[in-house]
Ligand binder design. Structure first.
Ligand code: ADP
Ligand code: LRH
Length: 490
């Protein structure tokens, strides 16, 4: 039986996972896993995209060695980052990583010089984030941009290197902040303001589209399975949302918890009101015409950095266990503050904020971790309050998926503070969502509703019920003062 292989590359790690449908259950086999991180050169941060391509090919070779002769294949990565290709289809530059400092202050300059932020949000529905492709292209070398024959996002580039076909997959293209939510196409005026033409981008490709086989030199090498390449939701969050095991009839919100925490709901129509903009909500395009109405929250990047700087090799599970022994809510930080986006030292940035705000300074990794998890849970609370106000829905359950769904302390804290049932897993929801879209495209599953039923039946999930939080009112007051934000106001 042909298998579906998901290549899922997050900011912190990548994996190839094979999925097979056996008697109504999805069985997974992890074929290969590798680390990912951006690297610094001459003061700038870049992704090693060709090293990622090599890892992808190593993983595909492992699939063949594991006896997989034929498969469908889909690729997803993080959003916003792009590759420029010349006439010969060669890469024109090193690929900037979204945390690179070059876009600091770029949104203010762009909106002053061109369209105001309200107008851009009204057209695109995409929340202003300094690293959106719009602002990255705005500060990119003009001459190089003019010479770009093709502009594609990172997964499009990996697809291109595998198949020779140029696509701009729609879910990820929406993270550029260049798509018009009304026309469902690139916004001609925004492209014009950047000096770009529509012909520099390929046609928008919808998830589920079959692209064909590997290009001849790869197919004929004998190293890889016979692949039918399928455009999946190439934005990792879009695949993750497909992989949420939501039960029909319950109103559910999701938290895709990895390097970023993406909290939101699946909507049939975009919600790009001024109130949604002020609340920091975005409308990324999802699979099958849906919208990912969500907030980007700084997420587990903060603990990844603290762990890296500590250098003890302690696992995330151990750090979470140790944090669970620490005093709760001792120190809190406003996670979404720009100072935590890419500080020289996350440990020092957190300590600095605590010192300046008169809070106890977290001395060791356990206390830093506790501070991060407590603060993230409070940020999730703010996001859920806004979500319910904006959509007018009171959610029954919050599904946490992604690597962060393994963090029991954070899951319980989230249930407690948000006062909502939390269901965790699967932690590989992104790969599973990609596999589900491949299985729908090949006719093995009918639609997303069936895929979600199968996912719910195939992977165990844990349920967390909310417990009262002692001293809650005082804590909320403290949090609000700290973040200078009243959750009821913008
Ligand atoms: P991304 O795809 O953005 O790279 P993942 O979805 O792989 O991220 O999630 C990685 C994060 O999951 C890690 O940063 C870590 O905080 C968390 N994580 C993974 N496993 C565990 C675990 N066993 N206990 C606690 N946290 C975990
Ligand atoms: C998560 C993610 C998220 C962010 C982007 C930069 O991996 O895709 O949606 O917006 O990275």
């Amino acid at each position: 039986m042909a298998q579906a292989i998901a290549v899922d590359i997050g900011a912190s790690s990548g994996r190839l996972v094979a999925g097979t449908l056996i008697e109504g259950k999805l069985e997974l086999q992890e074929l290969y896993r590798f680390e990912n991180a951006f690297t610094r050169k001459d003061g700038h941060d870049y992704w090693e995209v060709d090293a990622l391509l090599n890892e992808l090919l190593t993983g595909l070779n492992r699939a063949r060695l594991a006896g997989i002769d034929a498969c469908t294949l889909g690729i997803d990565t993080w959003g916003v980052d792009y590759v420029l290709l010349d006439e010969a289809g060669e890469r024109l530059h090193d690929v900037y990583a979204y945390r690179d400092v070059r876009t600091a202050g770029a949104p203010d300059r762009f909106h002053r010089e061109h369209l105001d932020r309200q107008a851009v949000y009204g057209r695109t529905g995409i929340r202003e984030m300094s690293f959106n492709t719009l602002y990255q292209l705005y500060v990119h070398d003009r001459e190089q941009l003019r010479h770009a024959r093709q502009i594609m996002l990172v997964p499009d580039y990996l697809y291109y290197r595998l198949t020779g076909l140029a696509i701009n997959e729609a879910t990820n293209a929406s993270t550029t902040q260049l798509l018009n939510v009304h026309t469902r196409e690139f916004d001609a005026e925004l492209l014009g303001l950047l000096g770009l033409g529509r012909e520099q981008f390929a046609a928008l490709t919808q998830p589920g589209t079959r692209l064909g086989g590997l290009k001849a030199e790869l197919a004929e090498s004998g190293r890889y399975p016979d692949c039918t390449v399928i455009a999946v939701p190439t934005h990792d969050t879009a695949s993750a949302v497909v992989g949420v095991p939501a039960a029909p009839g319950r109103s559910w919100a999701y938290l895709s918890s990895g390097t970023w925490s993406l909290l939101g709901a699946e909507l049939a129509q975009p919600l790009n009101s001024e109130a949604a903009r002020q609340a920091g909500y975005t409308n990324e395009w999802g699979a099958y015409g849906t919208f990912r109405f969500l907030q980007n929250i700084m997420g587990l990047w903060m603990i990844q950095e603290v762990r890296r700087e500590e250098g003890s090799g302690r696992s995330f599970a151990e750090l979470a266990d140790r944090a669970a022994q620490e005093e709760p809510f001792r120190s809190l930080v406003p996670c979404n503050d720009e100072r935590f986006l890419n500080p020289a030292s996350m440990t020092e940035a957190i300590r600095h904020f605590c010192r300046d705000s008169g809070q106890p300074v977290p001395e060791d990794a356990a206390r830093l971790a506790r501070c991060i998890f407590d603060s993230l849970a409070f940020t999730y609370l703010d996001a859920l309050v806004r979500l319910e106000e904006l959509t007018g829905v009171s959610y029954d359950v919050l599904h946490i998926v992604g690597g962060g769904s393994n963090n029991r302390l954070l899951s319980q804290l989230t249930a407690d503070l948000l006062g909502i049932e939390v269901r965790t897993g699967p932690s590989e929801a992104t790969a599973i969502g990609s596999i589900a879209v491949q299985l729908i495209a090949s006719g093995a599953l009918a639609d997303v509703a069936e895929a979600r039923r199968v996912i719910a039946d195939s992977f165990p999930s844990e349920k967390y019920r909310p417990n009262p939080v002692p001293g809650r009112e005082m804590l909320e007051r403290r949090w609000r003062t700290l973040t200078q934000l009243n959750p009821k106001e913008s």
